[in-house]
Write a protein that binds this ligand. Structure first.
Ligand SMILES: *Cc1c(COP(=O)(O)O)cnc(C)c1O
Length: 410
């Protein structure tokens, strides 16, 4: 495939103009939009205005005059259509890890008689760590089960109190069948929390249609909310009435400014709030999510798959000896918006690519990960990155990075 063919694909792409919605550095091929999304073009000036006017001039009045008080809910309502949820089912607060704790603690506290907490060994570690801490907190009441890949369905039984899964695997990009697993759990009366961090904004999600009751996810990846932006939490309308929050802060009180002596939970999704929201970051989340305005999710998903397939094909063609093994599923419907390869020296390879202005991730122990952000990635970017990768591998320029000290962030 020639580069000119990619230029043509870019011209014909229904999302071609979306790249204009972002402010991207010149000359960088950015394959980390699944780790930290790009800066929405409208964000910087608006946040500057929020700081100077709403904070500087409006001061405390801005809680109402600038709607700060409703922002967490408003941001949730904007995220809802991207994940197949309805307004009032999503709210933005805290980090994904903290939201995972909030949901899991609440559901475990409400669980009766069941003892197994099931997740996967390959889950994103924060989910496992959070569950470990929680199981300890409940002392002897629960056991944590780390299911091996392929053995997940068999690990979920009538003694399972809770299942926690990540939809798209952070290393390989393998994507679970969320509808089927949710149905399997619900038939056994097991609540399941889905982590959508690597899914929202890039893969098809239909939470309501799939009967999903609980989910969390972060906003700084494909949703472009900015570094450390607060995460979201979803509880289906059908589940919210019975949901009793375990972390009971004043922002989830039924009468917050009544300053009552005792806790009484709010009725709706505000049950999932705890304390004062980070307004500046929340504003950035609004800009990130609004980059999806007017786009059809089908077009986004189609482009993600085409870009991914192009990368796989160019690497297959350019490195026929198989010096890089595809770690992601080949079947598009089983893959999230990323393409991962395995290589025994994946870290030096990632450093050599960065030296060639191709920003990718290394993930322990042997994964080279290309995140595919369909809103701003071009077909020519994939062509150029594959070209750089083939060159790094065939010239073995990665060997110059063999003794690089590992960065504290990869
Ligand atoms: C990125 C990511 C997180 C991040 O959690 P934070 O608490 O926001 O740092 C959580 N879960 C998954 C699956 C992720 O990919």
């Amino acid at each position: 495939m020639e580069r000119a063919a990619c230029e043509r694909l870019d011209r014909e792409c229904p999302l071609a103009n979306c790249r204009e919605r972002f402010s991207l550095p010149e000359g960088v091929l950015y394959f980390d939009g699944n780790s930290l999304g790009a800066l929405p073009r409208t964000a910087a000036a608006d946040i500057d205005r929020v700081v100077r006017e709403e904070w500087g001039q409006g001061l405390i009045e801005s809680w109402l005059d600038a709607d700060w008080f409703y922002l967490a809910r408003e941001a949730g309502d904007e995220i809802a259509p991207l994940i197949g949820a309805s307004a009032g089912e999503v709210i933005v607060a805290d980090s994904t890890s903290v939201n995972q704790f909030k949901l899991a603690a609440s559901l475990l506290r409400q669980s009766e008689g069941r003892s197994r907490v099931v997740t996967e060994r390959v889950n994103f570690p924060t989910n496992i760590y959070i569950l470990e801490g929680l199981v300890d907190l409940f002392e002897t009441r629960f056991d944590l089960v780390l299911a091996e890949p392929g053995d997940l369905a068999g690990s979920i039984d009538n003694d399972t109190a809770l299942v926690v899964l990540t939809h798209v695997n952070f290393r390989t990009g393998a994507m679970h069948d969320m509808a089927a697993i949710t149905a399997h759990c619900r038939e056994r009366g097991v609540p399941v929390i889905w982590d959508l961090s690597h899914s929202a904004g890039a893969v098809p999600l239909a939470l309501n249609q799939w009967g999903v009751e609980y989910a969390v996810g972060c906003t700084y990846k494909f949703l472009n909310g900015g570094p450390g932006a607060p995460a979201y939490i979803y509880v289906a309308e059908s589940a919210i009435a019975a949901f009793e929050p375990a972390m009971t802060g004043w922002f989830s009180h039924a009468n917050q400014f009544g300053f009552e002596d005792r806790y009484r939970s709010a009725e709706g999704i505000e049950k999932c709030l705890v304390g004062t929201p980070p307004i500046l970051s929340l504003r950035a989340v609004m800009h990130g999510v609004r980059c999806f305005d007017g786009l059809a999710m089908d077009d986004v998903v189609r482009k993600s798959r085409r870009l991914s397939e192009l990368l796989i094909r160019l690497v297959d063609e350019g490195l026929p000896g198989g010096s890089l093994a595809l770690a992601s599923p080949r079947e598009p419907a089983k893959r999230g918006s990323q393409v991962s390869f395995r290589h025994a020296h994946a870290y030096p390879v990632s450093k050599a690519l960065r030296a060639a202005n191709v920003v990718v991730d290394f993930r322990e122990p042997d994964i080279l990960r290309f995140g595919i952000a369909p809103l701003y990635m071009r077909y020519v970017d994939v062509w150029d990155a594959a070209d750089a990768l083939v060159r790094v591998m065939t010239t073995e320029s990665w060997k110059a990075h063999m003794s690089d000290t590992p960065d504290p962030v990869t």
